[in-house]
Design a protein around this ligand. Structure first.
Ligand SMILES: C[S@@+](CC[C@H](N)C(=O)[O-])C[C@H]1O[C@@H](n2cnc3c(N)ncnc32)[C@H](O)[C@@H]1O
Ligand SMILES: [Zn+2]
Length: 393
């Protein structure tokens, strides 16, 4: 017997109409979780899948094992060209979620391209490994930390060179409000200061790298970003011990000054960094271990731009702004200078981020804004070189 009644309502996201539970004031208390603020996360996913499912002879299989209402999967099936998707396995451990997923599948007539599982995500993925099922994409979208699903997901994708997409919303942990928990869950030291979001993202990627490395697998970051209350990591999985060994050389620490924003990165095995800031002598903060390599594959970013107009995304304007910023961002160039601190140290007022970037570029340095902080600059100039440039104003 169905339990659907006036505790649910119909909503529209993108071009997809579906039902959600509406039986609590706060979204977190509803019987099944649906967060409209994650529309941008789903929009980016649609865009990304459009790009990676480019071979018409190879429609892709996706696993969405923490599906909630199933909105992510429905939007993929409704809004992407049908020939791109072979099948989506949609799972959740909450029986009410599975019930609403099945009702939505039936209302949207998506039975042919979907399979529903009422199961723990770990079991959903391991049963696919057991069956040797070919999987192209796994999308992990949990409450809080994705850590317990990383290794099993890599195992499921490693033979197929698939893509792993991960959301993390435990920013209170990864951004240092609960640093003990960050140490326990991610084995790393976070920060609460201006580098916090980039540190958080790189700590998450480091953890993925460690899980993959143990299996002789390398990861290629394609589009990893922070937005509002979440982190999103999208990587290609490649079975290669050699590449994995190379990647592990890009694990390290960042040391930075919370007074003047001087920073220095250090590979994990070389811990000869001075403890004090060479500029203002304050004790340096340390964060990590973390990933020091690239966050984006610019080819994929450009292709996402190219297909942006093919989709009718509700957050298109924001998506376009973020893609623009990311495509201009210097990468791999871990971390950035927080310009208000540099200007304060130099007692310079009235100099804009834009002017500083232009000056750096005209002095043959690479320089760009960063999605991690509107007042930050990523550049390959050293702190001393940056100061020289700013002092010319
Ligand atoms: C953040 S919500 C998913 C939201 C959904 N992916 C979306 O885009 O709207 C997390 C979901 O994971 C489910 N869940 C939590 N732990 C789980 C587990 N171990 N296995 C399967 N589902 C789980 C919860 O019931 C919840 O529906
Ligand atoms: Zn300093």
């Amino acid at each position: 017997m169905s339990t659907f009644n006036d505790s649910w309502k119909e909503v529209m996201e993108g071009k997809t109409k579906f039902i959600i539970y509406q039986d609590a004031e706060r979204i977190y208390d509803a019987s099944v979780f649906y967060n409209p603020k994650m529309t941008i996360n789903r929009d980016f996913t649609l865009l990304f899948l459009t790009v990676i499912a480019e071979d018409p002879s190879h429609p892709i299989t996706i696993v969405d094992p923490l599906a909630g209402t199933g909105v992510r999967s429905f939007r993929i099936l409704v809004e992407l060209p049908t020939e791109k998707i072979d099948k989506i396995i949609i799972g959740d451990k909450n029986p009410k979620a599975v019930e609403i997923i099945q009702k939505n599948i039936s209302d949207l007539c998506l039975e042919k391209k979907s399979e529903t599982k009422r199961s723990d995500a770990y079991n959903t993925i391991s049963s696919l490994i057991e069956k040797k099922e070919k999987i192209d994409v796994i999308d992990i979208d949990p409450f809080g930390s994705p850590i317990s699903f990383l290794e099993v997901s890599v195992r499921a994708l490693m033979r197929f060179e698939g893509y792993l997409l991960i959301t993390a919303t435990d920013l209170q942990v990864l951004c240092g409000k609960h640093s003990d928990a960050c140490m326990r869950i991610y084995n790393a030291l976070p920060t609460r200061h201006f580098l916090c979001h980039e540190v958080a993202l790189r700590i998450l990627i480091y953890n993925l790298l460690v899980s993959a490395g143990r299996l002789g697998v390398a990861i290629e970051p394609t589009f990893c970003y922070h937005h509002e209350h979440f982190l999103r990591v999208k990587v290609k999985i490649t079975e290669s011990k050699e590449k994995a060994n190379e990647q592990h050389k890009k694990i390290g620490f960042v040391y930075f000054c919370t007074e003047c924003s001087f920073y220095k990165i250090q590979q994990i095995e070389k811990s000869d960094v001075s403890v004090h800031c060479p500029v203002c002598m304050k004790k340096l903060e340390k964060a990590g271990p973390l990933w020091l390599g690239e966050l984006y594959n610019k080819k994929i970013i450009n292709k996402m731009f190219d297909v942006l107009d093919d989709l009718d995304l509700p957050t298109k304007k924001q998506v376009s702004q973020i893609l623009t910023q990311v495509s201009e961002e210097e990468d791999p160039q871990p971390f950035f200078y927080f310009i208000p601190f540099v200007l304060r140290l130099l007692q310079k007022g009235g100099v804009s981020i834009k002017q500083i970037i232009e000056q750096l570029k005209s002095n043959n340095f690479k320089a760009s804004r960063t999605i991690f902080n509107p007042e930050g600059i990523k550049t390959n100039a050293s702190y001393v070189e940056l100061v020289e440039i700013i002092n010319k104003f």
